[in-house]
Ligand binder design. Structure first.
Ligand code: THU
Ligand code: ZN
Length: 143
């Protein structure tokens, strides 16, 4: 219910406090809820050369995989993801693609830097007609 989603937004807000963002001064936090009920979080990690920067959503999802999410729950382990920004901001295009990789359709909760929820949407609304593993299935040589 709403309580779980608020909890997720709060975890995202907490994660943003560990952001390493000395170049943009723009912290971002993300928290995920897995089908197992477990949570993982992440924050943006910047690099002086800029393009190597890890986004909060990306880091949270990679932390989940490292924690055994795909092995234990399968590729579509993602039920919900909350993001925490200083502004009313949803995941970027690249993060939407990574979210699609690990979900069928998941809730996306957009919160402010204190964890106050601004909006609730879904991965399919944010990235319709997504490129997914199913699109690779016609290539027999992949099997
Ligand atoms: N950022 C994220 O962490 N997630 C997004 O989807 C949007 C951008 C970070 C990257 C960079 O450290 C800072 O926000 C400013 O672009
Ligand atoms: Zn992103």
């Amino acid at each position: 219910g709403m309580e779980t989603l608020q909890q997720l937004a709060t975890i995202a807000s907490e994660a943003s406090k560990l952001s390493y963002s000395p170049y943009s001064h723009y912290p971002v936090g993300a928290a995920i809820l897995r089908v197992s009920g477990e949570n993982n979080s992440g924050q943006n990690i910047e690099v002086a050369s800029y393009s190597e920067t890890g986004h909060a959503e990306e880091q949270a999802l990679k932390n989940a995989v490292s924690n055994g999410a795909v092995q234990n729950e399968g590729r579509t382990f993602l039920r919900a993801i909350a993001v925490s920004h200083m502004t009313d901001t949803a995941p970027c295009g690249r993060c939407r693609q990574i979210i699609a990789e690990f979900s069928n359709d998941c809730l996306v909760i957009v919160a402010d830097i204190n964890g106050k929820i601004n909006s609730i949407t879904s991965s399919k609304i944010l990235l319709p007609y997504a490129f997914t593993p199913a699109d690779l299935e016609s290539v027999k040589t992949n099997k």
